[in-house]
Design a binder for this molecule. Structure first.
Ligand code: ADP
Length: 473
């Protein structure tokens, strides 16, 4: 259907262009052929006139009269030999000899344009209707000389019907040639179209399979060129869609699982309370506290998910970044964590040059640093120190480092840390109130700034998480 439409879009235009160009070439060729043929005929007539002129001049009667039977007879003989009408005209316009008529019966020819030209010493050419013969003729007249003086004119003529017949043959040949070329071009056009449209048709079928959700489809186009590149691009798109689909499915499964655990607990404890546990005030209080903790947990997970989706939404349009003093952002982050660090009895040391600035969105960057400090607190023993440092990087840009002397992370986990809901030690993360989304948020914030996150860690010694921000440019 779509292929038909492409054909009907291209093909008529192609045929029209071909037909128009052939018509233009044909018209031009016919015109040139006609002009060439007429010029050739005129030249031919002139040559014949000059050829017979000497011989006819010798036959002119010495008295200058028009009565010249020998001359007239010679004209008639020459016509039979050359298939050309020959007329001899005297200076006063009287006809002394003619190959087709009796001279005495012919009108005075002094007024004929070609004769006038010849009588005044030039070659005359004219095409017109002959009254003598009753048909259209081409005439050429040249001066006739006898004894070194002008003695009249010799005129040769052929009927235009001869010329037209010859021209019709030429036109027919041009027309037939053009028709043959047009047919060839139309056929070649169809062949080329087929070759172009077949790979497109294959790609269309493949794209429709993709659109129906068959993401395992792979398009193959044998020959190279645009169609093959289009197929490759579609294959890459399908590959990407497949990956996104997997990520999406995993994400939905993870979110459901993460939300289900606290909800199941809440439901269980509430039911226990309803079943009578509420009567014992001590139990009631304990269970309600557990319910409250799980509700907090749900709240944090949903808060983190919303934050992530907000950062991702902004993925298409760039963040509004401003040049801000890094030290201010780091201090705000440390202060925001004061309650947690104080409760656990860990000391936080801030080290950042006053004049160092970064291009950043302050609330987002602060959120990322808060998450890192939060983790450092969660995965360290009470009393161990945490260092928050800001420094310029070699080659431009700046880095924020959060360093702890906590439990550390085994190397095999490091590559997966930025994944949503990825945790090294599930139980410990849960117990510490982690959502498994903290580092994913840090990673996304760094990327939204055009930067990245790196980590160094040793089990039992501690970890350093760094946010690298590119230099302003
Ligand atoms: P969570 O909410 O579980 O802390 P994160 O995304 O912040 O989730 O971190 C993912 C996992 O990375 C954590 O569960 C923890 O196992 C590990 N992790 C993160 N930061 C540290 C750290 N400073 N020290 C040790 N382990 C860490």
């Amino acid at each position: 259907m779509a292929a038909r439409r492409l054909l009907w879009q291209i093909y008529p235009a192609y045929l029209l262009i071909t037909a128009l160009s052939l018509a233009a070439v044909g018209w031009y060729a016919s015109r040139e052929a006609r002009e060439f043929y007429l010029a050739q005929t005129a030249a031919d007539l002139e040559a014949r006139a000059r050829l017979v002129e000497g011989r006819l001049g010798a036959l002119l009667p010495p008295d200058g009269g028009a009565d010249a039977p020998a001359l007239d007879a010679e004209c008639k003989r020459l016509d039979r030999a050359a298939a050309t009408r020959i007329t001899v005209i005297l200076p006063d316009g009287r006809v002394a000899g003619d190959s087709e008529e009796r001279p005495a019966a012919m009108a005075n020819h002094a007024d004929r344009p070609e004769v006038r030209a010849a009588l005044s010493g030039r070659t005359g050419l004219a095409t017109r209707h002959s009254e003598t013969l009753g048909e259209d003729m081409m005439y050429v007249a040249v001066p006739l000389e006898a004894g070194g003086r002008g003695a009249g004119a010799v005129r040769t003529a052929v009927p235009l019907t001869h010329i037209n017949r010859a021209l019709r043959v030429i036109y027919l040949q041009i027309g037939l040639g053009g028709l043959a070329v047009a047919l060839l071009a139309a056929g070649a056009g169809l062949v080329v179209y087929r070759r172009m449209s077949r790979p497109l048709e294959e790609i269309r079928l493949g794209a429709e399979r993709l659109a129906r959700g068959d993401l395992a489809t792979r398009l193959t186009v044998s020959d190279s060129g645009e169609a093959a590149r289009l197929a490759e691009a579609l294959n890459r798109m399908a590959e990407r869609l497949r990956r996104l689909e997997t990520v999406r499915q995993e994400f939905v499964a993870n979110v459901s699982h993460e939300l289900k655990t606290p909800i199941t607990s809440i439901k269980g404890f509430v039911e226990t309370l309803l079943d009578g546990a509420a009567e014992n005030p001590e139990d009631a209080r304990k269970f309600l506290e557990i319910v409250a903790r799980h509700a907090d947990r749900l709240n944090s997970i949903i808060g983190d998910l919303l934050l992530l989706s907000r950062i991702e939404e902004g993925g298409d349009r760039p963040l509004e970044l401003g040049e801000v003093p890094l030290r201010d952002v780091l201090r705000a982050a440390v202060e925001a964590c004061a309650a947690k660090t104080g409760a656990k009895g860990v000391a936080v040391y801030l080290d950042c040059p006053n004049e160092l600035t970064v291009r950043a969105s302050p609330p987002l960057l602060e959120q990322a640093v808060v998450n890192l400090i939060d983790n450092a607190v969660k995965y360290s023993e009470p009393g161990s120190p945490i260092h928050v440092e800001g420094c310029a990087e070699v080659g431009g840009g700046a880095a924020v480092a959060v360093r702890d002397r906590g439990q550390g992370i085994a190397p095999e986990h490091l590559p997966r840390l930025g994944e949503r809901f990825y945790r090294v030690d599930k139980a410990r993360s849960r117990q510490a109130g982690g959502t498994g989304l903290g580092l994913a948020i840090v990673k996304h914030i760094a990327q939204a700034h055009g930067g990245r996150v790196s980590v160094e860690s040793r089990v039992g010694e501690g970890s350093v998480f760094r946010i690298h921000l590119p230099g302003g440019g």
